[in-house]
Design a protein around this ligand. Structure first.
Ligand SMILES: NC(=O)c1ccc[n+]([C@@H]2O[C@H](COP(=O)([O-])OP(=O)(O)OC[C@H]3O[C@@H](n4cnc5c(N)ncnc54)[C@H](OP(=O)(O)O)[C@@H]3O)[C@@H](O)[C@H]2O)c1
Length: 322
């Protein structure tokens, strides 16, 4: 089968389209024929070797990146109970060996869920990592409640476009912080108020929010804190080292809860997302689609940090659209 392989760490230039052996599922695994995969910022981090203590000190232990996939079950291991050959599935393989930038991938059944019936494979591949991050950030760390004032900083990217829609679905009033050319898009996905960060600084307006969900990490803890209500919560997907010490201290002394977050892929939250997608409360926003051979270009584009929704890899135009 064809796969995008990296045998060393570096920029997307080290990636090669290569023929590799088609994987076989273990007893608790499913073999998926990949119809579409998504690129994530995590793929760029893994490729560059910034996580080499866990991914292989000198060279990568697993040579095929790609966590988010959607496709059809091609074969199942002897212990697999939830899926059958032919099922359409989607999932996040970041808790396992990844391998989504390939025509076939194996995954434990716990990493997968049935694909929403009303969306394409390309749209489904956009969902797992970024939507589940938004869901867990808002619901589990942010304790979001109906009618709260929620500000999403970085509302136009992969995580942000899902965060806006999930926050709306959970009944809150959403202010989206974006650049000028993304304003129409965030309006179309339900944002109630928009702040153009090229013209206005949300930490200087005097407005205070019940919950700030941040995907950018471009402000100091003091600046974010200023924009929070006295009992407000702040959650960021972009790791802020100073929060490790300041977060617990602020919680004790001021009542403002400020957290870094790390999403944990799980099947239950894929099921939550499937419900939100099938009831049209959430719609994936696709920035662009690339063939498998263009994974390096897709990662370079994502690395520039200005995506409008998700960049998707499609194995073939017909399979991704099913
Ligand atoms: N902790 C976790 O579990 C977890 C999980 C997933 C992702 N992440 C991290 O979360 C971050 C966001 O991921 P992503 O997938 O959403 O990235 P992305 O798709 O690349 O989106 C980044 C977005 O940020 C916007 N942006 C850039 N500068 C901004 C600013 N000053 N103010 C407001 N918006 C700004 C960009 O829009 P413009 O073009 O308008 O600037 C772009 O739409 C990354 O650091 C990623 O590594 C963490």
């Amino acid at each position: 089968m064809k796969a995008i392989v990296h045998t060393k760490y570096g920029s997307p230039d080290v990636l090669r389209l290569t023929d590799v052996e088609k994987p076989s599922p273990r007893a608790d695994e499913v073999l998926v024929k990949v119809a579409a995969a998504a690129v994530n910022q995590a793929d760029n981090h893994l490729l560059s070797g910034t996580m080499r203590f866990s991914t292989g000190l000198l060279k990568p232990k697993h040579q095929i990146l790609g966590s988010d996939i959607a496709g059809r079950v091609e074969a199942v291991g002897t212990n697999v109970k939830q899926f059958q050959v032919g099922d359409a599935v989607f999932g996040d393989l970041s808790g396992h060996r990844r391998g989504g930038f390939a025509e076939y991938v194996t995954a434990p059944e716990s990493a997968l869920a049935l694909k929403p019936v009303n969306i394409s494979f390309a749209d489904a591949a956009a969902v797992p990592m970024t939507a589940v991050t938004a869901l867990q950030g808002l619901r589990d760390k942010g304790h979001i409640r109906p009618e709260q004032q929620v500000l999403i900083n970085g509302a136009s990217g992969g995580v942000g476009t899902f965060a806006v829609q999930i926050a709306k679905a959970l009944g809150s009033e959403v202010t989206a912080v974006v650049s000028t050319r993304k304003m129409d898009m965030v309006c179309s996905i339900g944002a109630d108020y928009i702040i153009d960060y090229t013209k206005e600084d949300f930490t200087q307006t005097g407005e205070q929010y019940d919950l700030i969900f941040d995907t950018v990490g471009n402000r100091s803890v003091a600046e974010y804190k200023r924009a929070l209500q006295p009992q407000g919560r702040f959650v960021t997907t972009a790791f802020l080292p100073s929060l490790v010490i300041q977060g617990p201290w602020l919680s004790l002394t001021e009542g403002k809860k400020m957290h870094n977050m790390m999403a944990k892929p799980n099947q239950k939250d894929l099921d939550v997302m499937r419900d939100l997608l099938e009831t049209n409360q959430v719609t994936p926003i696709i920035d662009s689609c690339y063939p498998l051979s263009d994974v390096p270009e897709a990662l370079r584009y994502l690395g520039e940090g200005h995506a409008k929704g998700k960049a998707i890899i499609t194995m073939s135009a017909s399979s991704a659209g099913e």
